[in-house]
Structure formats: structure tokens, C-alpha cells
Design a protein around this ligand. Structure first.
Ligand code: NAG
Ligand code: NAG
Ligand code: NAG
Ligand code: NAG
Ligand code: NAG
Ligand code: CU
Length: 578
């Protein structure tokens, strides 16, 4: 009897293993189908936290960090073989995907020496036909450079796309100038993230794993708010999508959509599995109380529209790097690539013992394919039964920053987004203002100034615009009427005023939603609309001028944050002037 039982159990285990192997083996083109990966079997991780400051005799002082980029393997799912990745960390053994969370203190500088230990061969297909960083020597290494997204920092620590370097700084790009990056941390508190920014390689270097969170805290300002603040209850969630082959490696299509023009480049990368903090569809056991989540969308191209399947809501407290003036209750949140939402979720309000974070954004957003069972699920929260004391609270007011006055805007710019297609109507490249990245700089704002930008989206896609250094407020979005006529003119003479933008910007007006009215560094430019933004090239919390020379070389950039667009080349230089 006992023997028989054991035999049955063994047989059952054998069958399960077999099903799993056969399931993988039969997959399309050697790819893992997401349906073969059971959801919610890996626990959510909190990435290692590194302090960007030191404490000596009770005083906080600047810290110097060494963070490397390593080639190693990473387990994305219980049933997936280890995946070769590029990972940030203080050593190869401790490197993670995403990388460690750097916690900085407002007012205390952080220095980071970013070190490239990557091999000479990339783990993903890259395309030499788009403008990109290429070392001179054969097998010269993989160019990388780190940008702190949301950081207000000097130009030569900003991760300019030409400031790349290969392993052991053997080769450096044309605008490279220093090894030791200096982060001032003088700005307002909030959530930032660091990621690779090498010319023409950003999409593949991020896809390989080079992303991580960076938090600037300001205890004197933030503690009185009463929001969840301790490490256990204040958690970054870095979300991205990836596809895998049966051997565990990351799958990226190596055939371009216009292979005769670009052998590899595709306009948008979408993965089948949704990864949070380095695990596919993880679960997290939470206490019946409030948590703060800093959700960073690190997808190449996937938008997420998050909601809870059991009706729990989000209390939205910050967008990108800055707090809202007031908390905003939301049932769903739309995040474009690289947008950040800080939300509080109160699990004591849940009437069930679990909640699934769900996504229903079509891809490409907004008019692409609808999501299905696999890519609509993000992660699961398992909520402990017992109620407990929760001293954290949601204040009525958060942080109010003096608003720059529209009337103080000194310069108005028109920024047009173009997509070009091949004979077979497939995108070949995208430009801002009809200009290549190398074309002479045209955006030269004055340090300390405020400008109005009208961003005209002449493509069918929603492009998340990101501006380095400056912060901006989205004011409104106006539909372009008779867009085909306007576009025809723009394609010919590329001049919004001569093409009479005033005549065409007369359609439906879309208001910016309450939780996105604050200072942002990425915003979604709706297709067929003109988006009016007010950009500020100064601190938002103080009239103090930048403690560095923002006009120095190599300057900054602004670009679309769909990485596949940014690489080919929806990016333009931005040069501050006095
Ligand atoms: C890769 O992209 C090419 C060109 O768009 C397409 O024809 C092919 O089906 C894609 N392959 C896979 C496995 O998705
Ligand atoms: C992430 O960003 C991508 C690209 O902009 C966007 O398509 C996607 O919806 C975003 N996802 C989330 C969860 O915000
Ligand atoms: C969802 O769509 C993806 C991409 O087309 C596909 O790989 C996956 O198998 C689908 N999942 C389900 C449950 O149908
Ligand atoms: C900066 O100065 C202006 C004009 O003097 C003032 O209105 C504004 O409130 C100041 N901002 C801050 C953050 O102190
Ligand atoms: C001129 C042009 O490309 N217009 C596009 C603007 O966005 C709308 C809505 O997505 C598209 O349908 C148009 O083709
Ligand atoms: Cu774009």
C-alpha cells in the first residue's frame, strides 16, 4: 500500500516534470510561451539598498560608491533556466537585475564610479546601421554610460549618450570626460532611476538588465507627512516586459522590420512575461496596512494601465520625481515607459485575502493589440488576515512647490515628432523637428528660465517625452484638425508657424488628469495632438541657482523614452546658455 502510494507520487512528479519539459520543447521557434510559466510562484524581492551618504559622528557626509556592470546569470522564474544578463552591483556575485537601490539624502552629495566589466560580445542583437557608439578596436567591448533619470546634475555626470566607455575605460566616446560621477542631490525629494544611455545601444543595454532605482529622501520634509517611510513599507517596484527562449536567454528578434535598411532594428520591443523587481509575475505577502510603492516603468515600449482585480484603489502621491500637491485617489494608473508613480495602497481596505495587480493597456499604446491572460497580470499581493496598528497616514496636503508663472516664460518652441516609413510602410526611423541627432543644436534655453514648448505629435504612436535637467508641467493637449493637410505642410517645410499651427490646433481639448498636474520629467504625447508644456530650467523648490555650470559641455539631451525610438534617433541635443 505504502509502496504503491510512493510509486504514484513518483509517477506524478515524473509526469509534472515531463509536462514542463515537453511544454518548453514544443514551444514556437524555441521561445517560452508565457502560459508555460506558472504565475505568482516567485516571491517579490527588494533589491539590495546602498546608501549614497555616510554617517560620521552623527553627521551625514557624502559617500563614494563603486558600482560595476557585470555579465552574469539571473533567475527570472522558478521554472526558467538562469538567464544571461548585464547587471549592476558592487561585485559580480551581488549584482542584481534590477540593480541595487541607491538611497540618497537631500543636500548630501553622492559620487559614483560606474565601472564597465562587460565582455566584448553583446548578449542581444544590435544594429550598426543606426547612429551608435562603436569602439574603434575589434572586440573593443560594449559601450555603456549611466544616466540618472530625473537627476538635476552637471552635464558631464548626466550620462550624455556620447560619453560612453568600454571595459576598464579602454575606449571612450567623443563626449566622455570623467570616471567619477557627481550627483548633487540638492533637488526636491522623490523617486529617480538610473539606466544605460549609450548612443544607439540604450534599448539593448536596458533589455539586458542595466536599470536600477535611486531615491532622494528629505526626512525633515517627508516624515511629517506620515506616509509609509520605513524600508519594509516603502518599496520600489521596477516593472518591465521580457520574452525568453527555452534555454532561458532573453529573446529579442534579430530581424528588423525593414531588414534591407536596418538589419536588426525594430520600432518597438514587447516581451511576453511581465517582470517586477527581477521576477516574472511575483507574489508579495503584505500586512493588512498601508504600503508605499514607487512604480517605475522600465519597459522599452510597453505602456501599463494598472488596476487591482479586487477593487482596491491607489492613492497617488507623486509623479516622476516630484510629490503632488495633494493625494489623488485613483482606480487605475497609466504609465508610459520611464514614467514613475508613487502610490500608497491600503491593504486594510481589502475585503479579500489577495489582490492581483493587473494591466489592460493595448500595445503599442493606444491602438495596438489588447492584452491577454499573460501580459495583463503583473503581480499578486497575499494579504495577511490579522488587522494591525498602522501609524502611517495619508495627509490632506503633500508638498506644494511655488508654481512658475506662465507669463514668465521667455521663449516658445515648437517641437514636432516625425516618423518615416519605407516603401512597404514600415517605420525606418523617427526624428524630432525633422532633424537628426547630429544636426546642430537648436534648443538653447537660458539657465534659470521657463519656456513653453508645444509638442506636435505627427505620428500614430504615443511618445513619452523626456527632458534632461529640466522639469515640466503638462498644461493641456489639443487635437489637430485636418491633420493630413498640416502634416503635408510640415513634411515639406518643417515650420509649425508657417504651416499655421494656430489654424489646425483647434480640435478637442484634453485636460491633464489631477495626479499628473505636478512637475514631471516624462509625459505622454498623444498622437495627433499638440501638447503644451511649461519647462523650467531651475530648481522647483528653491530660487538657488544650480551649484554647477549647466552650460558646460557636453550639454544635455531630450528624447522620446520609447527606447527603440530614442536609439533611431528620436533624440536632440539640449544646450543650456547664460
Ligand atoms: C521577427 O521580425 C520579423 C520582421 O518583422 C518577422 O517577420 C518575424 O516573424 C519575427 N520573428 C519572431 C519570432 O517574432
Ligand atoms: C511603461 O512604459 C511603456 C513605454 O512608454 C509604456 O508603453 C507602458 O505602458 C508603461 N507601463 C507601465 C506599467 O507604466
Ligand atoms: C498572450 O499573447 C502573447 C503574445 O502574443 C502570447 O505569446 C501568449 O501566449 C498569449 N497568452 C495567452 C494566455 O493566450
Ligand atoms: C522665487 O522668487 C520669486 C520671486 O521673487 C518668488 O515669487 C518665489 O516664491 C520664489 N520661489 C521660491 C521657491 O522661493
Ligand atoms: C498625421 C498622422 O500620422 N496622424 C496620426 C495621429 O494620430 C492618430 C491617432 O492615433 C492617427 O490615427 C493618425 O494617423
Ligand atoms: Cu517614441
Amino acid at each position: 500500500m505504502v509502496g504503491m502510494e510512493r510509486f504514484l507520487i513518483l509517477e506524478l512528479i515524473f509526469c509534472l516534470v515531463l509536462v514542463r519539459l515537453v511544454g518548453f520543447a514544443g514551444a514556437r521557434d524555441g521561445l517560452v510561451s508565457p502560459t508555460q510559466l506558472e504565475m505568482f510562484v516567485d516571491e517579490l524581492q527588494d533589491m539590495p539598498r546602498i546608501k549614497g551618504f555616510d554617517t560620521i559622528n552623527g553627521f551625514h557626509v557624502p559617500n563614494s560608491l563603486h558600482i560595476g556592470m557585470f555579465h552574469r546569470k539571473w533567475k527570472f522564474h522558478r521554472d526558467l533556466p538562469p538567464t544571461p544578463v548585464f547587471a549592476y552591483g558592487t561585485s559580480k556575485e551581488t549584482a542584481t537585475v534590477p540593480g541595487p537601490t541607491i538611497e540618497a539624502l537631500q543636500g548630501i552629495e553622492t559620487y559614483v564610479k560606474w565601472k564597465n566589466y562587460l565582455p566584448s560580445k553583446h548578449i542581444l542583437p544590435w544594429d550598426p546601421t543606426i547612429p551608435m557608439a562603436i569602439p574603434h578596436t575589434r572586440n573593443g567591448g560594449i559601450p555603456t554610460v549611466v544616466h540618472l533619470h530625473g537627476g538635476i546634475d552637471e552635464p558631464d555626470s548626466d550620462g550624455h549618450s556620447g560619453a560612453w566607455f568600454t571595459a576598464r575605460f579602454k575606449e571612450c566616446g567623443p563626449t566622455w570626460s570623467k570616471k567619477n560621477y557627481h550627483y548633487h542631490n540638492f533637488q526636491h525629494p522623490g523617486t529617480l532611476w538610473y539606466h544605460d544611455h549609450a548612443m544607439g545601444l540604450t534599448r539593448v543595454n536596458l533589455l539586458a538588465g542595466l536599470v536600477g532605482a535611486y531615491i532622494i529622501r528629505h526626512p525633515r520634509l517627508e516624515l511629517p507627512l506620515g506616509l509609509p517611510y520605513d524600508e519594509e513599507f516603502d518599496r520600489p517596484l521596477i516593472v518591465f516586459d521580457r520574452s525568453f527562449r527555452i534555454d532561458g536567454s532573453i529573446f529579442m528578434n534579430s530581424t528588423g522590420n525593414n531588414p534591407s535598411i536596418h538589419p536588426q532594428w525594430q520600432p518597438e520591443y514587447f516581451g511576453d512575461a511581465i517582470i517586477v523587481n527581477g521576477k516574472a509575475w511575483p507574489y508579495m505577502i503584505v500586512r493588512r496596512r498601508k504600503y508605499k510603492f514607487r512604480i517605475i516603468n522600465a519597459s522599452n515600449a510597453r505602456f501599463f494601465k494598472f488596476y487591482f482585480d479586487n477593487g482596491l484603489g491607489f492613492i497617488h502621491v507623486a509623479s516622476d520625481s516630484a510629490y503632488n500637491e495633494r493625494p489623488v485617489m485613483l482606480n487605475e494608473i497609466l504609465l508610459a515607459p520611464s514614467e514613475i508613480a508613487d502610490v500608497v495602497v491600503d491593504f486594510s481596505k481589502s475585503n479579500s485575502d489577495s489582490a492581483i495587480l493587473t494591466n489592460n493597456a493595448p500595445y503599442p499604446y493606444p491602438s495596438g493589440d489588447p492584452v491577454n491572460e499573460s501580459n495583463s497580470k503583473v503581480m499578486k499581493f497575499i494579504i495577511r488576515a490579522n488587522h494591525e496598528m498602522d501609524k502611517s497616514k495619508i495627509p490632506r496636503k503633500l508638498i506644494e512647490y511655488p508654481s512658475a508663472k506662465l507669463s514668465s516664460a521667455s521663449v516658445t518652441r515648437y517641437i514636432a515628432m516625425y516618423e518615416y516609413t519605407s516603401d512597404v510602410d514600415e517605420p525606418t526611423h523617427l526624428y524630432i523637428n525633422g532633424k537628426s541627432y547630429e544636426a546642430a543644436v537648436t534648443e538653447t534655453p537660458k539657465v534659470g528660465s521657463t519656456e513653453i514648448w508645444y509638442v506636435i505629435n505627427l505620428t500614430g504612436d504615443n511618445h513619452p517625452l523626456h527632458i534632461h535637467l529640466g522639469l515640466f508641467k503638462a498644461l493641456d493637449q489639443t487635437e489637430l484638425v485636418d491633420i493630413d493637410k498640416f502634416k503635408e505642410c510640415m513634411m515639406k517645410i518643417n515650420d509649425a508657424i508657417k504651416c499655421r499651427i494656430d489654424k489646425y490646433a483647434h480640435g478637442e481639448k484634453v485636460e491633464v488628469s489631477a495626479h499628473e498636474k505636478g512637475w514631471k520629467n516624462v509625459y505622454k504625447m498623444m498622437p495627433g495632438y499638440v501638447t503644451k508644456i511649461m519647462v523650467r530650467f531651475s530648481y522647483i523648490h528653491s530660487n538657488r541657482s544650480y551649484p554647477f555650470d549647466a552650460t558646460a559641455e557636453p550639454g544635455y539631451v531630450y528624447h522620446c523614452h520609447i527606447l527603440d525610438h530614442e536609439d533611431n534617433v528620436m533624440m536632440r541635443p539640449l544646450k543650456l546658455t547664460h
